[in-house]
Ligand binder design. Sequence first.
Ligand code: BG6
Length: 492
Amino acid sequence: MTTQILQVEPFDLVVFGGTGDLSYRKLYPALFRRHIEGQLSPGTRIVGVSRQRMSRDEFAFAVADALKRFDPAHVKDSDALEAFVALLDYVTVDAGGDAGWADLGTILGDDPARVRAFYLATSPELFGKIANRLSAHQLITPAARVIVEKPIGKDGASAAAINDALGAVFAESQIYRIDHYLGKETVQNLMALRFANALFEPLWNSGHIDHVQITVSESIGVESRAGYYDKSGALRDMVQNHLLQLLCLVAMEPPASLTADAVRDEKRKVLQSLLKIDAGNASERTVRGQYRAGAAFGEAVRGYVDEVGDPDTVTETFVALKLEIENWRWAGVPFYLRTGKRLPERISEIVVVFRKAPHALFPSSAGKVHQTKLVIRLQPDEGIKLWLMIKEPGPGGFRLQHVPLDMSFAEAFGVHTPEAYERLLMDVIRGNATLFMRRDEVEAAWAFIDPIRQAWAESKEAPRPYVAGSWGPSASIALIERDGRTWVEDGE
Ligand code: BG6
């Protein structure tokens, strides 16, 4: 099966933080792959911007080097690499001052119709300053747009301040807030599954669904990001954005259309319907953990405290939550979420567990009757499995078996699954904001998260320890087992 590539109009992409880790690891490789696929039109320009003094050629060399390191499989074709680096330009700009902005203006020119996207791959403290400078130097044309990375703030108040600063110079329709989980292929497949099939939607409610689990586990520790991570923690780094966005896509009402606002209206309603978690119920509904020394892939690894070099740190590296959505569709259906670093494997998956069959028809000799489960696997091995009970083939006694109807995307389509950033960057250029977060969504997510943080701070309890390489603190298992349920592991 082949996929159809539609070329986008020539555009200018200006990357602030253009010599940073995110740009080298994710943005340039994503653009390079779109270039190889033939999606970038001749005349497209990618302009790296940072404080660092370097020439265009030095920048082009650094990008080529990054592509070789982070995407060696695609760099085999040296003609393609050469053609890609020819699209690059570089300007040294002082984000807080005036130096360099005029040079950037000269490079960009003044065609009002040409798409111009400013990617702010910088720390969020610079978002407002850069937006302000862009406006002062009259670089915001009618076709301009700005892309910002998470974290958008560290709480509701700081997110609102960032949004105000961006909103002072850009219209909301020009602001693209990235949550790269929304660009993952299977996340969009979740929309197709729900809304392009008549089968699931009638069952997608408390009458038929027992509960939902969302797991985003990582085997890595904090690596080189201890400085950022220790001020953030798993709740802000993963739950406020990625996990809540997944929850929204599972739980939202069918939007009237796929326009950005129709989808985002429905997602916002989910966030606003979440049962509040605060000091009154945080101990029953939340678990936070921090990894101790243990093993990852058979190798001994240090505990979090040693990795960040602070014996007193109480930053959580694991969170499990039991959420409820207070609306007609979901009343009484728990959504269990968990995420953490240094867990046994890297898995992101959504498991929708249906209710038990109402009548026990089969004798106990037939074996256990499992609940029907729909497992939506984001990574690795993207795909969807519907676990059903069938009769074990053969004559003789009647025995039941639990087997999946398995749709592995790699096998079904035999194509390379694009990285989230590939899709999201092209969506910005096309002006499609459906997979980006609107201001009110981000702020509604913080409004849910802030009281949890406050409850944790007031409780004075430290995060519960767990051994690196385990599935988190035992309290996470207790959180779900208290309700007579268990975490689904290995997709079964
Ligand atoms: C980022 C977090 O947003 O997502 C990281 O800041 C995390 O801490 C990463 O490792 C996970 O993304 P992915 O795509 O590898 O699952």
